[in-house]
Design a protein around this ligand. Structure first.
Ligand SMILES: [Zn+2]
Length: 66
């Protein structure tokens, strides 16, 4: 069963640039990762995984598997 990856928000503490990326699959593609700020070149970006509430389908699945 494929798990839909959570979106990742990158934030540059130096110039306040930020971007949210929704990975297309479990395997991150090269374009899904941001290591360097495209605006100021800062390399120590903050990485935040978005926590979204589970969908109705996910709740039903969880109820049946417990
Ligand atoms: Zn920056």
């Amino acid at each position: 069963m494929p798990i839909r990856p959570r979106p990742i928000t990158y934030h540059c503490p130096k110039c306040q640039w930020s971007k949210t990326i929704q990975p297309r699959s479990d395997a991150l593609m090269p374009g899904d990762r941001v290591d360097t700020c495209p605006r100021c070149g800062h390399t120590d970006l903050e990485e935040t995984t978005q926590n979204r509430p589970a969908s109705l389908l996910e709740k039903i699945r969880a109820a049946f598997t417990q």
